[in-house]
Write a protein that binds this ligand. Sequence first.
Ligand SMILES: NC(=O)c1ccc[n+]([C@@H]2O[C@H](COP(=O)([O-])OP(=O)(O)OC[C@H]3O[C@@H](n4cnc5c(N)ncnc54)[C@H](O)[C@@H]3O)[C@@H](O)[C@H]2O)c1
Length: 253
Amino acid sequence: MRLAGKVALITGAGGPMGMGVAKRFAEEGASLIMSDISGTRLAQGVEEVEPSLVPGASIYSQKGSVLVEAEVDALLEGALKQFEQVDIIINVVGGLFLDARYTPVLEVQEERWDMCFTVNMKGIFYLTRKLAPGMLGRNYGKIVNVSSVEYCGAAGHADYAAAKAGVTSLTRSLAEELAPNINVNCIAPGIIRTLAIRDVGEDVAKEFTEKNLLKRMGEPEDIANTALFLASDESSYITGVTIPVSGGLWPAL
Ligand SMILES: NC(=O)c1ccc[n+]([C@@H]2O[C@H](COP(=O)([O-])OP(=O)(O)OC[C@H]3O[C@@H](n4cnc5c(N)ncnc54)[C@H](O)[C@@H]3O)[C@@H](O)[C@H]2O)c1
């Protein structure tokens, strides 16, 4: 098993993407810290993932927002009572405003601008600051951030694209600052079948699917398998990279 005895913290673990990661990690022997802002989704996620745990592994779950420092502190206080350390962080939380499919940057309001950067980056900032010191002390850690293929720029989603560029940039800065024993990498998903698809609608999802080379929508398992590779020692010579998981859609304008 590729994650035997490891403890992985997964944010947004009640949604399809985070839950998919949690399930895959459980199958490979990890214990899990599952966090989500939605208590209902989190409970469903835990129920779904529990049967995949190997003997001796367990789950700590707590509802809360990774954007609020006090809630992150509460999550870690509880989790670190159950597990002594966190070996892996998978930062899934993020997203874009879908009130309009295409919002020119000239129409983006300040509140949306600020919120977009907070939603996509603040959780990574808090969790890294709080957990990386322990990783540095133990000379072991894996951090995987979730960006988007839109990080190179996306007309109509300029705020989101800029925030996701922030995620890829932060990944590289952290890879350098936390080297040589901690690997920090990033996944840039294309279109993946999650709750976001319900919000954009199947028509838009179909349009994006037709643009990719593999002519299918990505599944949470596609992200989970890449996250597993980056969280395991199979990728021990890889750090600071962003891997598109997008059916061949390349990050570019
Ligand atoms: N789905 C896609 O096609 C796609 C494409 C590119 C990038 N992404 C990125 O993938 C990640 C997951 O996106 P998704 O919405 O598709 O996943 P998802 O549908 O699996 O759900 C995300 C989960 O995060 C939880 N969450 C939201 N805010 C939170 C907070 N503040 N604290 C804790 N939990 C919170 C939600 O309750 C939800 O359960 C995001 O970073 C997103 O930008 C998704």
